[in-house]
Design a protein around this ligand. Structure first.
Ligand code: GTP
Ligand code: MG
Length: 433
C-alpha cells in the first residue's frame, strides 16, 4: 500500500501545523528529510531538528515517530509539527511527495486504521463525529463510541445471534448426535424474543443518539404577526429575522441555531399560516408546511387562549403551544406564556428541557446515525421474520437462513462491508484524518 501524506490541521496561517505521513516507506522517506537514522526507533519517539529538501533546510520541526503497528493507522507513521506558514506546509508536503509519498484522500488515515483492525467501523465513524460535534453531549457520545462502549454492546448481541446460529447449524448437520441438545421451538423462541427486545431498545436509543448528534429540528409556526420571528431572534440572541407589525413579513424560512441543555436546536422561523391571495406569501406558507413534516418539535405560537386553527398540523407530532405577547395580554390559562419582545422566554426553554432531557449520564455511546438505524431496522425485521417462521415451520434450515441475514446486518454495523462502501463512508471525513 502507498505511503500517504496530508496536512492534519487547517490550511491557514497559524502558529503550528501538523503534517502526517503513514505507510511502509514512511521511515525511509523521513530519514532523508530529517537526515537522521531511524532504523533503531521502535518505541514512540519525539525528535527535534531540521527538515530538509535535499540540502536546503525548510524549517525546524518536531517529529513524532510511531513504529507500526503501534500507531493510529497501524502502519509506520511520522507526524511533523512545523511552523504554520502556508509556504512551509506546501514545501514540506511537496518534498515528501517528491520522495514517493502520495496525497491522502479524505479519511484515508482512518480508513487504514480500520483496514488494519485498529478500530472498527463504529469507532471510525465516531472520530468524524468528534471532529464535527457542536455540543458537549454529541462529543461525549462520540468519544464513548471511540473508546469502544458501543462496539462492546453490539458485539454482545452479535455473539448471541452467532451462538444461536451455531446451535441451529449443529442440529441440522448432526440431528442425532448424542451429546448435542435437540432444539425445539420452545428452546429457540425465548432467545428470539429476547433479541427482539434488545433490538427494540437499540432502535429507540438510536433515535436519541441521532438527536444528540444532529440536534433537534424545531419549526416555529403560527398565524401572521404572532411574534414567530421575534421569538427566533430572542432564542438565538441575534437580530436575524425581519420583524415588523405588518402581517405577512416572513416569507422565506429563516434559520438559526441555539444550544439548550447540551442539545443543538436547529430553528426554523416560517411564514405565518393563513389563507391568502398573495402569491408569494402563499409559496412561503407551503414551504412552512413542507418543513413542518421534518420537524422533531413544533412550537405553535398562539394569538390567544382559544387559537386552535392550526391544530390540524399537530396530529401525531411533538409540539409545544405557546402564548406570546404576555407583556400586553393577560391569560388565566395554563398555557406556556412568554414575551418574545421582552425576551421573557424562560418558560418555553424549560418546557423544551423537560421534553428532551438527554443530559442523563446513560446517554453516552449511543448509536447515532442513519446507517446504524437502517441496519438495526433490517436486523429487527429479519428477527420478526425468524419468529414468524418459527411459528409456521419445523424446518430449522429455513430459520437458520433468515437468522443468517440478521447476523450479516450486525456484521455490517461493526464493519464487515465491502471496500467501496467503506470508502464512501470515509469520504465524508477531513483530509488528514
Ligand atoms: N408586545 C409584544 N409585541 C411583540 C411580541 N413579540 C412580537 N411582537 C410584535 O409583534 C409584531 C410581529 O412580530 P413578528 O415577530 O414579525 O411576527 P411574525 O409572527 O414573525 O409575523 P409574520 O412573519 O408576519 O408571520 C412586531 O411588531 C413585534 O414587535 C411580544 O412578546 N410582545
Ligand atoms: Mg415573521
Amino acid at each position: 500500500m502507498s505511503t500517504i501524506v496530508a496536512l492534519a490541521t487547517p490550511p491557514l496561517t497559524s502558529a503550528l501545523a501538523i503534517i502526517r505521513l503513514s505507510g511502509e516507506d514512511a521511515y525511509s522517506i523521513a530519514q532523508k528529510v530529517l537526515k537522521k537514522d531511524l532504523t533503531n526507533i521502535t518505541q514512540k519517539t519525539i525528535l527535534f531538528g531540521g527538515f530538509y529538501s535535499q540540502n536546503e533546510s525548510i524549517d525546524d520541526v518536531i517529529s513524532l515517530i510511531y513504529k507500526g503497528p503501534k500507531s493510529f493507522t497501524g502502519e509506520d507513521t511520522i507526524e511533523f509539527i512545523c511552523h504554520g506558514s502556508l509556504l512551509i506546509i506546501q514545501q514540506i508536503i511537496s518534498t515528501l511527495i517528491s520522495l514517493g509519498a502520495v496525497q491522502a484522500e479524505r479519511g484515508e488515515f482512518s480508513l487504514r486504521a480500520y483496514l488494519n483492525n485498529k478500530i472498527d467501523l463504529l469507532q471510525a465513524e465516531a472520530i468524524n463525529d468528534i471532529i464535527q460535534s457542536q455540543t458537549t453531549l454529541s462529543k461525549n457520545n462520540a468519544l464513548a463510541i471511540l473508546k469502544g462502549t458501543l462496539s462492546t454492546k453490539i458485539n454482545i448481541i452479535r455473539e448471541e445471534i452467532r451462538s444461536l446460529l451455531t446451535l441451529l447449524e449443529t442440529n441440522i448437520d448432526y440431528p442425532e448426535y448424542y451429546d448435542i441438545k435437540q432444539l425445539t421451538q420452545k428452546d429457540i423462541k425465548p432467545i428470539i424474543d429476547n433479541l427482539i427486545l434488545e433490538l427494540t431498545e437499540l432502535i429507540s436509543e438510536n433515535k436519541k443518539g441521532i438527536l444528540i448528534t444532529n440536534g433537534l429540528k424545531v419549526v416555529i409556526i403560527g398565524k401572521p404577526n404572532v411574534g414567530k420571528s421575534t421569538l427566533l431572534n430572542a432564542l438565538i440572541q441575534e437580530d436575524k429575522a425581519i420583524v415588523s407589525s405588518i402581517p405577512g413579513t416572513t416569507r422565506d424560512i429563516v434559520e438559526g441555531k441555539v444550544i439548550v441543555n447540551g442539545l443543538l436546536l436547529n430553528l426554523f422561523d416560517t411564514a405565518g399560516i393563513h389563507l391568502t391571495n398573495d402569491e408569494i406569501e402563499d409559496i412561503g406558507i407551503n414551504k412552512a408546511k413542507e418543513i413542518l413534516n421534518k420537524a422533531d418539535l413544533i412550537i405553535y405560537i398562539l394569538e390567544n387562549d382559544n387559537d386552535n386553527e392550526l391544530d390540524y398540523l399537530l396530529t401525531n407530532r411533538e409540539y409545544i403551544k405557546v402564548l406570546n405577547k404576555t407583556d400586553i395580554k393577560k391569560s388565566q390559562s395554563n398555557l406556556i406564556q412568554i414575551s418574545a419582545l421582552t425576551k421573557n422566554i424562560e418558560p418555553l426553554i424549560n418546557e423544551i428541557k423537560k421534553k428532551f432531557n438527554l443530559l442523563d449520564s446513560n446517554n453516552v455511546g449511543l448509536l447515532n446515525n442513519t446507517r446504524h438505524l437502517g441496519l438495526i431496522n433490517k436486523a429487527y425485521l429479519s428477527l420478526i421474520e425468524v419468529k414468524k417462521l418459527l411459528a409456521e415451520t419445523e424446518y430449522l434450515d429455513l430459520i437458520t437462513q433468515e437468522l443468517n441475514n440478521t447476523y450479516t446486518y450486525f456484521n455490517e454495523l461493526i464493519g464487515n462491508i465491502n471496500v467501496d462502501i467503506s470508502k464512501e463512508i470515509f469520504s465524508s471525513f477531513c483530509v488528514g484524518k
